[in-house]
Design a protein around this ligand. Structure first.
Ligand code: MTE
Length: 395
């Protein structure tokens, strides 16, 4: 539901500032540190850059994932920024280029909030390794979370800048710097203009977010400003956002033009020919640990999460589990709110028998498609959505 707050109320929610070791720096200067959340109980996949995911049980504790249980995915070191000097620029195919300081965003545009699930395209990457090893951060299934985001609608900012005819894509650039193969460049990407302008009464096509779960963004989640693009893979929700450029073509940034593409062979031609991934994929995950040891005859409650594909209008039709390797499927019950661009929580009670070796889950979307048994392998290990399995240990 859209919440329009007065600026006074918005500021009451917290001073835009973040407690990090001892340092703050001017916006355009740079200093990097580990995020304050390091050591918060997340499973750290890589220390630098910081990449961490929660134990799966934490995902089903609350429909709105607490920030402390929300995965973090960064390609470079986390920039520690000073909001006093922070400004975001809007340029390119516009009548009036803008430079907006943080307070100006909430003074000049209505404040809007959005509940949306964010998931990394690399979530469940390790499951591709069963087919063939994939490089990259070795995510299990926790690179997903559902949060309330607050900020201003990108479309309002674009309207103020005045989009000129022929514009088709909105580029974003963050203040982090990534060094790869001897080159240093910022994280960025773009979304189609159509998506940016696709606001409904309650859901912005894209939010310029300053708050997560009622508090200023933490350093690791993009303080002081990031995009949140509902339905799109996490990579399109650019953190530490400092530059918005309107163009007639997609961004040439590495993370749009080369990475985050589904390719089956690692060649220049394959990368050039593939489209960037925008929407995330239909998926479901079991978050309850396998009961160990397995006690035949006992009844257990299994819980998990599921998302529909991220394309506008896609919904979940059903989520089912199987205790016989996928021969037969049992219904689950939805135990959470059901909202566009948000995950659902589901649960099911099952009786274990001496033959139960594993539990599987699969979701089916509103257009009738179901998760496949296995996802075809791709070079970078994106969008794994095969049936999720938890193995049980016999007593
Ligand atoms: N934005 C910047 N500037 N740098 C990054 O490395 N990582 C992206 C996205 N935005 C990234 C970024 C990816 S791949 C994901 S999945 C999400 O941020 C993760 O957001 P989170 O760390 O807040 O969970």
């Amino acid at each position: 539901m859209k919440t329009l707050l007065r600026r006074r109320d918005f500021l009451k929610l917290g001073t835009i500032g973040v407690a990090i070791s001892s340092v703050t720096i001017a916006n355009r200067g740079r200093l990097f540190a580990q995020p304050a959340e390091a050591g918060s109980g997340l499973i750290v996949r890589t220390e630098t850059p910081y990449n961490a995911e929660p134990p799966l049980e934490r995902l089903v504790e609350k429909w709105l994932t607490p920030t402390s249980a929300f995965f973090e995915r960064s390609h470079g070191k986390v920039p520690i920024l000073n909001d006093n000097d922070f400004a975001v620029t809007v340029d390119g195919m516009v009548d009036r280029p803008l430079e907006l300081k943080l307070p100006e965003l909430t003074e000049r545009f209505p404040v809007s909030s959005l509940t949306a699930t964010l998931t990394c395209a690399g979530n469940r990457r390790t499951e591709f390794n069963r087919i063939k090893k994939v490089p990259g951060v070795q995510w299990e299934s926790g690179a997903i979370g559902n949060a309330e985001w607050q900020g201003v609608r990108l479309s309002d900012v674009l309207k103020m800048a005045g989009i000129t005819s022929g514009a088709k894509h909105i580029w974003f650039e963050g203040l982090d710097q990534i060094t790869d193969k001897g080159e240093t460049f910022p994280f960025g990407g773009s979304i189609p203009l159509e998506k940016a302008m696709s606001d409904t009464e309650s859901i912005p096509g894209c939010l310029l977010a300053m708050q997560m779960n009622g508090k200023p963004l933490s350093a690791g989640h993009g303080f002081p400003l990031r995009t949140i693009v509902p339905g799109f893979i996490g990579a399109r929700s650019v953190k530490w956002l400092s530059k918005i450029t309107i163009s007639d073509r997609p961004s040439a940034n590495h993370y749009l033009a080369h990475a985050y593409k589904l390719i089956s062979e690692d060649t220049h031609a394959a990368v050039e020919a593939a489209d960037p991934i925008y929407e995330y994929i239909l998926n479901s995950i079991i978050c309850t640990k396998g009961p160990t040891p397995l006690v035949p005859g006992s009844r257990v409650t299994i819980k998990g999460v599921a998302i529909s594909g991220g394309r506008s209008g896609e919904r979940l039709n059903r989520v089912e589990i199987s205790v016989d390797g996928g021969d037969t499927w049992l219904p689950t019950t939805i135990t959470s709110p059901v909202r566009d661009f948000c995950w659902i929580h589901w649960s099911a009670e099952i009786s274990l028998t001496a033959k139960t070796e594993s539990i599987l889950v699969r979701a089916t979307g509103s257009s009738g498609e179901s998760q496949p048994r296995e996802t075809p392998w791709n070079v970078k290990g994106y969008q794994y959505n095969g049936w999720h399995k938890v193995d049980l240990t016999p007593a």
